[in-house]
Write a protein that binds this ligand. Structure first.
Ligand code: ZN
Ligand code: ZN
Length: 508
């Protein structure tokens, strides 16, 4: 009889995990049990948000879960730990732009949160963060029909003169259209990039639209524009503008650049379509400040057999300044802290160390992720895999991997462990989140647990990113998927090798 490779690996996970103290008895009525084979559809019902009509495939019985994994999943799915963590962070700290006083408060919050959840070796690793501060921001159509517009400066925007600028608007329906424009048609005007973002569960629409924000200001500057406004990179139709980094690097040359809410961008588009000349007034007063001190905050569950080998679970602690930073990335902090808490509470240690890292300054500069990779370059070989939660509050749909090709079977062995959560292991490549991507550049294997992005970009980077957006079932399912993956990788025989050189380039 042929034995499927994943079951061989699964058996090694069971024997490794059971080699130490026995797991504690179930504390609550199980949603998934180790002793009773379950079907994919029955297991998915443990996560109410996942409930749907069972397919023929979902009625195939799943093999029993290893007891430790069943305990972990049961504990996390029955908990509100991730939800309560986001509640605490958004209430006790709130918006926490890198370099702001709230950023320092967030570091203190994170140290306390890790200690409270049973993590050890809790410490802050210093990070210097470039610092930008929002100021006054107003926009209005002046003529022919006046309207006040909802606007937010993009991160690293330059300032207009104190009284603002007023000029004719020139509209482009893509970044390429601006790039291809004759500079004479743009010089002395306010450029308007009006790219519509597509709603997708994979987040592809964001990748397609976001270059207008990151590269638009520099292009508009090259063409002689006085300022740039963009349609918000978002999938809502509200009056909440979406901020985000404009990737400008120099205060002296930074162009004033801002996002209009989607509803206001559509109003401006209609007015431009109806009249040949539309004049806009824009006043932006952000400040570029000296570099500030921040930190990556680190806590661990130490490994029992190979404590020097590490699985990194990352999220970013900072947020933009407009909302509460609940879905971006309070949710990620909630997910990885809940995974760490559940592993620490399991009653016996993983073979390798599980390390939770809450990174600084992802939003404005990626300073936390790049500093972490530089600081840990010498010990990057000891990091077996890195994962990051930075995709909001909805459930994990798929797992992907990038590491040594000949170690893919070990990743595939996660399939039966994640199946009860409704997570499919896929063949396509993982990229790693923004903060762990510099580790991938050093060869560290990455696993993506891809969450449902369908509604993420409705409130992303807006004043409407508040605790009320948290999906309690989704975020606990995501925490269960991160806990399961970290536990299995920390206990597996063998490792994932290193990412091939050709696959190390960052997409961020
Ligand atoms: Zn984020
Ligand atoms: Zn963000």
């Amino acid at each position: 009889m042929r034995v499927r490779p994943c079951l061989v690996a699964l058996a090694s996970i069971v024997s490794a995990a059971c080699g130490s103290a026995p797991p504690p008895p179930p504390a609550a009525p199980p949603s998934v049990t180790a002793a009773t084979p379950v079907t994919a559809s029955a297991a998915a019902s443990a996560v109410p948000a996942a409930a749907s009509a069972p397919s023929a495939e979902s009625l195939v019985p799943l093999p029993p879960l290893p007891p430790d994994v069943a305990d972990l999943q049961r504990a996390v799915l029955a908990s509100r730990g991730a939800v309560d963590t986001v509640s605490s962070l958004t209430t006790e700290v709130g918006a926490r732009l890198a370099g702001s006083p709230a950023d320092k408060l967030a570091v203190a919050w994170a140290i306390h949160a890790m200690e409270e959840r049973g993590l050890t070796n809790v410490h802050a690793e210093p990070v210097k963060v470039p610092t930008w501060q929002r100021g006054v921001e107003t926009a209005a159509i002046v003529s022919p029909t006046p309207h006040v517009l909802a606007v937010a400066a993009l991160g690293w925007s330059g300032a207009t003169p104190p009284k603002g600028v007023e000029a004719e608007v020139v509209r482009f329906d893509s970044l390429d259209a601006l790039k291809n424009a004759d500079a004479k048609t743009v010089t002395g005007k306010i450029a308007f990039i009006d790219v519509k973002m597509e709603r997708t569960s994979s987040g592809k629409g964001y990748g397609d639209a976001v270059p207008a924000r990151g590269a638009g200001p520099a292009e508009a500057k090259k063409k002689g524009a006085l300022a740039l406004v963009i349609r918000s990179i978002g999938t809502d139709h509200s009056r909440f503008p979406h901020t985000g980094s404009s990737k400008q690097k120099d205060a002296k040359t930074a162009l004033p650049a801002a996002a209009l809410s989607v509803a206001d961008a559509e109003l401006l588009d209609r007015e431009i379509a109806a009249h040949s000349k539309v004049r806009l007034a824009l006043n932006l007063g952000p400040k570029w400040l000296p570099e500030s001190d921040s930190a990556n905050v680190v806590g661990e569950v130490a490994g029992s057999e190979k404590p020097g080998e590490v699985v990194v679970l990352g999220a970013h602690l900072d947020s933009w300044d407009l909302g509460q930073g609940a879905i971006d990335d309070g949710a990620g902090c909630g997910i990885v802290l809940e995974a760490g808490r559940a592993i620490a509470a399991l009653g016996h240690k993983p073979r390798r160390t599980v390390r939770v890292v809450l990174f600084a300054a992802e939003e404005n500069s990626l300073a936390g992720g790049t500093t972490y990779a530089k600081t840990h370059a010498a010990d990057a070989a000891s990091i077996v895999a890195a994962l990051e939660a930075d995709s909001g509050t909805d459930r994990v749909l798929a797992a992907r991997y990038t590491g040594a090709k000949d170690a893919r079977a070990r990743f595939a062995a996660l399939g039966p462990l994640l199946a009860p959560l409704g997570v499919k292991v896929e063949d396509s490549a993982a990229f790693g989140g923004a903060d762990v991507s510099p580790l991938r550049g050093l060869g560290v294997p990455v696993i993506d647990l891809e969450q449902d992005f369908s509604s993420y970009f409705d409130t992303h980077h807006t004043a409407n990113d508040t605790f009320e957006r948290v999906n309690p079932e989704g975020i606990q399912q995501a925490a269960a998927a991160f806990a399961t993956t970290a536990w299995a990788v920390a206990n597996m025989d063998g490792d994932f090798g290193r990412v091939p050189e050709a696959e190390r380039a960052s997409r961020f």
